[in-house]
Design a protein around this ligand. Structure first.
Ligand code: ADP
Ligand code: MG
Length: 447
């Protein structure tokens, strides 16, 4: 029997976590978990797969302990039940594929992967943890967890790295599986070649014989109507046979200019976002890359670089390459001075100068879940009023401008700003959760 209390503690846990993780992470990982049973000593949870269990424990063990019963070892007392595979079919059941007439052997092929794009040298941080665990999960059980996995995010943030890492892993651990990694351009070129050579059937057979298909940069399929249809057929044929597909893109499926049919197919599985790593992760990436090149960077210098190079990981690599070259040529050790000399063109405007009221409002609106227009408005609802005061507080702290100017950007007087700052300063002395929310806003604004 499920008691009211059990539901309450789990709901409270979810409410707490919801404010601290991305919406995608929440919907993909936490929403599918069901409370089966509970007592004062233990709670029983049903998870769709072992992978969700690991995610929950890896990321929220401490929080779970605060909300749920704890066992003698001080661990959350949860018994997990893995939902029956059969119950977890894709929401729209695809039509059954026609029996395949292919008996002919498919030609051997070459799998081209970047040898250095592996899981073990992919540095994890809050911005890519979700997508990395999804990728690892899929590499462990191709075709049996989320299908397709759709990875999207900006340039140079590690999408191709993860795609190839899945390829390496599958190749090494599931030796019998046929895995291929292609760029969307590569797929189109293949199709053009085979049309020219009248060997389209052979090409179709090849792609449809795969167990794992990794497709990089699907955005290049936009405006290529004829190719889109063939891609969609290949896609459906593989998915219908429970063959794994992983796709990367610079945008989420819904923003791609592709047919509704293919967008819907891409949304069937798991859509995961990869973002820019935060400062600490950037430092870890820098240190890791430097180590690989045999370069020693003092931590302080690594922070200095990471603070200035913040738009993508490829630029961080560029910085390390340049530094390595200079140090070798000049026979010098890495110092802040040398870094400044060598990397000045790479360095972008310091984060502090980029902070604007708009940035602050955007971040506060996301973290506090209120609309920007409400923050700018006059509503006195407690939730909105607190969020608005936080925005003012952050503006005073983070923008190097007079109180009068800051007040003007909010359409308020300088004394309103001062009052808001005092109120928030007092509140955070007593309210840890508010303090954490403000820290989160600050981090979002800075990076
Ligand atoms: P994208 O495909 O998203 O444009 P890439 O996968 O090509 O980006 O990544 C750009 C470079 O940054 C690659 O050399 C990759 O190894 C490196 N990189 C990106 N993210 C990470 C990470 N989290 N840890 C280590 N290296 C990374
Ligand atoms: Mg790429």
């Amino acid at each position: 029997m499920l008691t009211c209390d059990a539901r309450d503690t789990w709901t409270q846990f979810l409410e707490y976590v919801k404010k601290r993780c991305s919406l995608t992470a929440f919907e993909n990982w936490l929403s599918p978990i069901k409370v089966l049973n509970s007592s004062a000593e233990e709670i029983s949870l049903e998870v769709p797969n072992i992978f969700v269990k690991a995610y929950l424990l890896d990321n929220y063990k401490r929080d779970l302990c605060s909300f749920l019963p704890v066992n003698v070892e001080g661990e959350p007392a949860i018994s997990f039940v893995i939902a029956d595979q059969a119950e977890r079919k894709t929401p729209v059941a695809p039509p059954k594929p026609a029996a395949s007439p292919i008996i002919e052997e498919v030609a051997p092929y070459e799998l081209k992967l970047n040898p250095s794009y592996r899981f073990d040298n992919f540095i994890e941080g809050a911005s890519n943890q979700f997508v990395k665990s999804a990728a690892v999960g899929i590499a462990n059980r191709p075709g049996r967890s989320y299908n397709p996995l759709f990875i999207h995010g900006g340039v140079g943030l590690g999408k191709t790295h993860l795609l190839h890492a899945i390829g390496h892993y599958v190749q090494n651990t599931h030796k019998k599986l046929r895995v291929q990694c292609i760029t969307t351009e590569g797929f189109i070129n293949d199709l053009v070649d085979s049309l020219r050579n009248k060997s389209v059937d052979k090409m179709k057979r090849f792609y449809r014989s795969l167990d794992v298909l990794l497709v990089d940069d699907i955005q290049f399929l936009q405006n290529r109507l004829n190719f889109e249809e063939e891609f969609c057929n290949t896609f459906e044929s593989l998915i219908n046979q429970n063959k794994q597909i992983v796709i990367t893109s610079d945008k989420p499926p819904g923003q791609l200019k592709l047919s509704e049919r293919i967008v819907a197919r891409m949304e069937w599985g798991l859509v995961a976002h990869v973002g820019m790593p935060d400062l600490e992760t950037r430092v870890a990436i820098l240190q890791h890359k430097a180590e690989q090149k045999g370069l020693k960077i003092p931590n302080q210098v690594a922070f200095f670089i990471a603070e200035h190079v913040f738009s993508n990981v490829r630029q961080l690599e560029g910085a390390i390459n340049r530094l390595t070259a200079h140090c070798r040529l000049l026979g010098q050790d890495v110092s802040e001075e040398l870094v400044e000399q060598t990397l000045s063109e790479l360095f972008q405007t310091a984060p502090k100068q980029r902070v604007s009221v708009e940035n602050i409002l955007k971040s506060v609106s996301t973290v506090f879940e209120v609309r920007i227009n409400d923050l700018k408005g006059t509503s006195r609802t407690l939730k909105i009023a607190v969020a608005r005061q936080v925005a003012m507080f952050l503006a005073k702290e983070m923008i190097n401008d007079s109180l009068v100017m800051i007040g003007a950007s909010f359409g308020k007087t300088h004394s309103t700003i001062l009052h808001a700052c005092k109120t928030i300063e007092n509140k955070i002395k007593k309210d840890d959760s508010l303090k954490r929310q403000i820290a989160l806003c600050r981090r979002n604004i800075e990076h």
